[in-house]
Design a protein around this ligand. Structure first.
Ligand SMILES: [Zn+2]
Length: 693
């Protein structure tokens, strides 16, 4: 999921979320490109009056956005000007019209800013984004607009259930923005909001710009693949430079036999944006606490979690600590296996497993224990076959049809476009931008181009970075297959939830801690041999052997305890650090990090590392990094239920899932979707069972 625009609370607690289905790497320190600088909300430029020049395409797009924003202002003025003269249902519709214009502009801004090959277009999108934020900032705290909306009676006889939910949600968002506070408080809120935008930008920019590096002699790269070594030119002294960026960091941590090299890289990466972010993070904590207090909340998590499924920090704390306790014994068991392996490797008895062994030793154990070579599955995963596999699965379970089309209004000529049909009727369309190129987003994400609402079809997009096909073919690893299924889970959610009147309930606009449920659930389809065999064949047409899938599954199981424990440690850190009082005398976030790390991290703690400074999600997810595990626990509950009721390919149970969960979009709370689908409350039994496997 790409960052989501929460229209009325956009400045008072917006989320940026980029996702991939590889959370193992998601929280890694060297995540420079995951939060590109241009992804930040730029502050409105106030000095320049004359229209900037973005080139022909850029100017046209900028003008389009400017016209849309002018229309938004006109709608807002209209709502305020004539409160008596129109029916309440019309006021809701007008408000919806304003949100449609904002979301439509936002969808294109986001895609173009991050992916458009034309520099003028990217700049135009950035400039338009600044203006959009400025307009929303005004609307959020517009007391006159609020007065009109708040005067609408909730029980107007013309309202249906969705109208009522919409009105309540709008009023709630207004209040959460602080619109009903006195003028002095509102002014202060505006000020803190503006400061927070700048602080967040700084926090991310410091991470993005601090790329640390070391020079090493080539002989220290033993264990790394040849193409990695060949890809690094030697300098005049015969040395090779390694950086903390993903493409260097992970191969070294996974494969370098030289332990001291891994150790050096670990300390480098764990100190990215240190000390530059030391003070910035304190400002972020203080600013968010202040904002929460101004809005009438005790602390930031209380404010930011109030509209989420989890509801409040106590629930979040119970959840993460409970799951941490369950996963810890497994993490310990795995750690013992790693220790035995390390003793064997070093021939010493007095060694410890270190955090810089975290990727290296598990890889060796997996190869040895399960004789599984990840390369062995690659011939079955040619990219076009993977796509056909996704279409096959989704047509079988949801009765959908996919037809490739040609469209001219795509942002790059390599993009593939498809229409989606259900019972012969077209229900949406999407674009796939799958291969890397310069100035394009570096990870995998689903973007909403246009939300589907009643009377208008949705248009979604998946942006990815698969290897560019050679002679029309590109073979990918199983993790890439999983990622594409994950993103497609978001995409189908976006397409199916498009029958609502109100755009704020459309597509993936559900509660933020539910949104990773459909995507993580879709990953289940890549682990079942009989489902894989429907589409995964090699060039000779032979389906992937069931034994190979079994090895792949078993190998994947190893390390789950340690991985889950680490994710939970990060979730606990993110929550707890925001529960601290940053203004208290003697508060020191580094000391707090170390204390939490000693207590919850499955890996050894070192004073000299600074996780908080480079943990970018502490800005975007803020206190709510628990979200992934929470959404996963729901996905596992759904999976358990589906397996008991006919299985992943059963059209009855999957039809129910489509209708009760996916189609609901944001029109139901997450918990309501759980109850409607399962006929009971959410249970963690399936998640625990999965952890205990
Ligand atoms: Zn996702």
């Amino acid at each position: 999921m790409k960052k989501r625009l929460v229209i009325l609370t956009v400045l008072a607690g917006f989320f940026f979320a980029s996702c991939g289905s590889q959370p193992a790497k998601e929280e890694e320190p060297a995540k420079q490109s995951e939060t590109p600088a241009q992804e930040q909300v730029a502050q409105p430029e106030k000095t320049e009056e004359k229209a900037p020049d973005f080139g022909e395409k850029g100017n046209a797009f900028y003008k389009h956005c400017a016209d849309e924003f002018a229309a938004v202002k006109a709608i807002i003025a209209d709502i305020k000007a004539n409160p008596e003269g129109r029916k309440n249902i019309e006021k809701l519709q007008l408000f919806n019209n304003f949100e449609i214009k904002i979301e439509d502009a936002w969808g294109k801004i986001e895609i173009y800013e991050m992916n458009h090959p034309d520099e003028g277009m990217r700049n135009a999108a950035m400039a338009a984004e600044s203006e959009l934020m400025a307009i929303l900032s005004e609307i959020t705290l517009d007391a006159d607009l609020y007065k009109v909306m708040a005067a609408i009676p909730a029980d107007d006889p013309e309202f249906d259930a969705e109208d009522k939910r919409f009105l309540a949600d709008v009023i709630d968002d207004f209040k959460r923005s602080g619109v009903d506070k006195d003028e002095k408080t509102r002014e202060e809120i505006k000020k803190v909001n503006a400061e927070l935008v700048a602080i967040s930008q700084q926090f991310n920019a410091n991470i993005a710009s601090d790329r640390k590096s070391i020079k090493v002699a080539p002989e220290r790269l033993k264990g790394l693949p040849e193409d990695f070594i060949n890809g690094h030119a030697k300098d005049e002294n015969g040395m090779i430079t390694l950086t903390t960026d993903y493409p260097d960091y992970f191969p070294v941590m996974e494969s370098a036999d030289d332990e001291t090299l891994r150790k050096e890289m670990y300390f480098l990466a764990q100190n990215v944006a240190y000390p530059s972010n030391e003070e910035v993070f304190d400002k972020l904590l203080k600013g968010r606490k202040k904002l929460a207090n101004l809005l009438g909340y005790k602390n930031w998590p209380e404010y930011s979690e109030a509209k989420l499924m989890i509801g409040n920090p106590e629930n979040a704390e119970n959840f993460v600590k409970k799951i941490a306790a369950i996963s810890m014994p497994y993490a310990k068991k795995e750690a013992e296996i790693l220790l035995a392996k390390k003793k064997q490797l070093t021939g010493k008895d007095d060694v410890e497993v270190e955090p810089w062994d975290r990727f290296y030793i598990p890889r060796l154990v997996r190869m040895e224990k399960f004789s599984y070579d990840p390369e062995a599955v690659r011939p079955y995963f040619e990219i076009q076959k993977v796509l056909n596999g996704i279409f096959t699965v989704n047509s079988k379970i949801f009765g959908l049809e996919f037809k490739q089309i040609k469209r001219d209004d795509v942002w790059h000529e390599s993009i593939l476009s498809y229409d989606v049909y259900s019972n012969g009727e077209k229900i949406g369309t999407f674009d796939l931008d799958l291969y890397p190129r310069e100035n394009k987003y570096k990870h995998f994400a689903m973007f909403t181009n246009e939300q589907g609402i009643k009377g208008r079809l949705p248009r979604m997009a998946i942006v990815g970075n698969f290897p560019t096909p050679v002679n029309g073919k590109a073979y990918v690893g199983h993790d890439s297959v999983q990622t594409l299924f994950h993103e497609f889970g978001h995409l189908i959610h976006g397409i199916l939830a498009s029958g609502h009147k109100y755009i704020r309930f459309a597509g993936t606009n559900c509660q933020r801690d539910f949104v990773e449920t459909p995507s993580q659930f879709m990953e289940e389809y890549v682990w079942d041999a009989s489902i894989l065999q429907l589409w995964a064949t090699n060039d000779a047409g032979e389906p992937i052997p069931a034994e190979l899938v079994e090895k792949m599954r078993k190998s994947d199981e190893f390390g789950k305890g340690l991985h889950t424990s680490r994710q939970l440690y990060l979730a606990i850190l993110s929550l707890e650090v925001y529960l601290q009082d940053p203004d208290a005398e003697g508060f020191n976030h580094h000391a707090f990090e170390k204390k939490t790390e000693r207590e919850y991290s499955p890996w050894k703690t070192y004073e000299e590392t600074h996780q908080i400074e480079n943990f970018g999600h502490l800005d975007g997810y803020s206190s709510n990094y628990y979200t992934y595990m929470w959404s996963l626990s729901i996905a596992k509950d759904f999976y358990g239920y589906i397996m008991q009721n006919g299985g992943l390919m059963n059209t009855d149970v999957m039809g129910k899932y489509r209708d009760q969960v996916l189609k609901a979009g944001g029109a139901k709370d997450g918990m309501q979707m759980v109850r409607d689908f399962l006929g009971r409350e959410l249970s963690f039994e399936a998640f625990e069972k999965w952890l205990n496997q």
